[in-house]
Design a protein around this ligand. Structure first.
Ligand code: ZN
Length: 184
């Protein structure tokens, strides 16, 4: 993949789509080239994540099935600016931890689900170079959550039928809000 030495464009704070939008169930398409459109999209992902207090944000949450996600290494104490992982794939996992998790596409819902304790992902960084990153704790959880998004999976998919049925009413509300937002 070809990179670019041009400075990144300023990102825009965009609307995050809610549960019910079909794009959240659509597997994301791999990025083939870091052209101006994709670079703008990556900038938007980072800005939207930061402005809306997310730990991570996947491409399809901005309404486009683009295989990239933003994450903020500072959430686990790393002194690195927010960045994007492009065409990510999980190459190794270890252990398991149960923790509460939430999602900007299901605002206000927090549920305890198991995730690996340690995760290694491979992908492409914003300059077009292949990278591998290892994470533990909250960042490992974010990596699993975001790579799931790019495969069309949501964290509530891991809940028992009983837990999901308790959320049913709120899920319908998200669907209704999303229909309203996309038809206005
Ligand atoms: Zn999410």
């Amino acid at each position: 993949m070809t990179g670019s030495s041009e400075p990144a464009p300023p990102g825009r704070n965009r609307r995050v789509v809610l549960y019910g939008n079909p794009v959240l169930r659509q597997p994301a398409a791999p990025v083939r080239e870091l052209d101006a459109r994709i670079r703008q999209f990556l900038a938007d992902l980072k800005t939207t994540m930061l402005e809306q207090d997310g730990l991570g944000l996947a491409g399809n949450q901005l309404g486009e099935p683009v295989a990239a996600f933003a994450f903020d290494p500072r959430t686990t104490g790393l002194d690195e600016p927010p960045t994007c992982m492009i065409n990510p794939r999980v190459v190794a996992t270890e252990g398991e931890l149960e923790r509460e998790e939430g999602c900007l596409s299901l605002p206000g819902i927090y549920e305890v689900i198991p995730r690996p304790e340690l995760v290694r992902i491979a992908g492409i960084d914003e300059t077009g170079r292949p990278v591998e990153r290892e994470a533990t704790g909250l960042l490992a959880r974010a990596f699993m959550h975001e790579t799931d998004h790019l495969a069309g999976r949501l964290f509530i998919d891991y809940l028992s039928e009983l837990r999901r049925s308790l959320l049913a009413r709120r899920l319908v509300e998200f669907e209704e809000r999303e229909v309203k937002a996309t038809t206005e």
